[in-house]
Design a protein around this ligand. Structure first.
Ligand SMILES: Cc1ncc(COP(=O)(O)O)c(C=O)c1O
Length: 303
């Protein structure tokens, strides 16, 4: 039998629960996990930032939960060290494992990693704070873990807001997305960010000795939140300040690592956090803005 129209109310349904922030969604997920694992622990990626203004979007919720935690290694391009990851994930199969899709990019081996976690029946969560559109439009993350969470102000012109998705709901839940959030053209935003990323990557080719892109290739389905690079020669903090003083909104989300990573040794912590800077490529940015930004960048670094 085939009905004339789709009638299965829960078929292909994803329930988006609105929260005040991504960290609030993350805290709610940890509390759910804690109910069945009161003495559980959390396995985190070894690249977690902190700032005096915002605290730590990932770590604050972990500390609040009172659960123990450990870290797995990431390389200079934020790729997961698979051997280390698998070994640590198997140390305790009841722990909660967090995957973070930094700046909108899932790990290059994301498919293999999530399949492996599912096969081992490990509870895992996808931090899509930067990757809502890589999930929603690109379909490249956010659907494999037990839960995923998102940060709206990292993508949209809003001051706060987060989302939580339970990918394995036992009973039907009701979405709670505010009206103003539904009214954006997400396909348009997705395409604009990709097109800006491609254009800026092209401009940065002239500066390839000065900046190394974290992600040279933008695979189909990936919607970048920013364009992260490693600053090879110039002082990163100075560049951040100078560019912002000239009105170019560079971001340095992960310039300072949480204290707990100060003794931890992997390239993401030791090298990347000291050299990373992120260029803006959001939906308000035009190609001529990017031309002007690179012109100013060249003036600064070639004096
Ligand atoms: C990777 C990551 N996860 C989670 C968060 C928390 O986001 P929010 O500021 O919406 O709580 C942030 C932002 O700090 C983040 O960068």
């Amino acid at each position: 039998m085939i009905t004339k129209k789709a009638e299965l109310a829960d078929n292909y349904k994803r329930t988006w629960i609105y929260t005040n922030s991504a960290r609030e969604a993350w805290s709610e997920i940890i509390e759910i996990y804690k109910k069945s694992n009161p003495n559980g622990s959390i396995l985190l990626p070894a690249y977690i930032g902190w700032s005096p203004k915002e605290g730590s979007g990932i770590y604050d919720s972990v500390v609040k939960s009172g659960l123990s935690y450990s870290f797995y290694n990431l390389d200079l391009h934020l790729q997961i060290d698979l051997k280390d990851f698998k070994q640590k994930a198997l140390n305790d199969k009841n722990q909660l494992v967090l995957l973070v899709h930094y700046f909108g990019f899932p790990d290059n081996n994301s498919f293999e990693i999530t399949a492996w976690l599912r096969e081992k029946n490990i509870f895992f969560v996808e931090d899509c704070a930067h990757a809502w559109l890589t999930d929603l439009i690109g379909g490249k993350c956010g659907r494999e873990g037990n839960y995923s969470f998102y940060s709206l102000h990292r993508i949209l012109p809003v001051n706060n807001g987060g989302l939580l998705v339970n990918n394995k709901p036992l009973v039907s839940e009701k979405s709670s997305i505010p009206y103003n959030i539904v009214s954006y053209d997400y396909y348009g935003i997705f395409n604009k960010r990709i097109s800006n990323y491609r254009y800026l990557s092209h401009l940065l080719k002239d500066l390839k000795d000065d900046f190394t892109m974290l992600h040279e290739n933008l695979e189909v389905g990936i919607c970048p939140q920013t364009l992260p690079v490693i600053v090879e020669k110039y002082n990163r903090n100075l560049l951040y300040k100078e560019m912002n003083d000239f009105g170019f909104g560079m971001v340095s989300l992960y310039h300072t690592m949480i204290n707990e990573l100060s003794e931890f040794s992997c390239d993401a912590v030791n090298i990347l956090s000291k050299k990373i800077i992120n260029f803006p490529i959001h939906q308000d940015v035009t190609k001529s803005d990017l031309d002007e930004m690179i012109k100013k960048l060249k003036e600064i670094i070639y004096v």
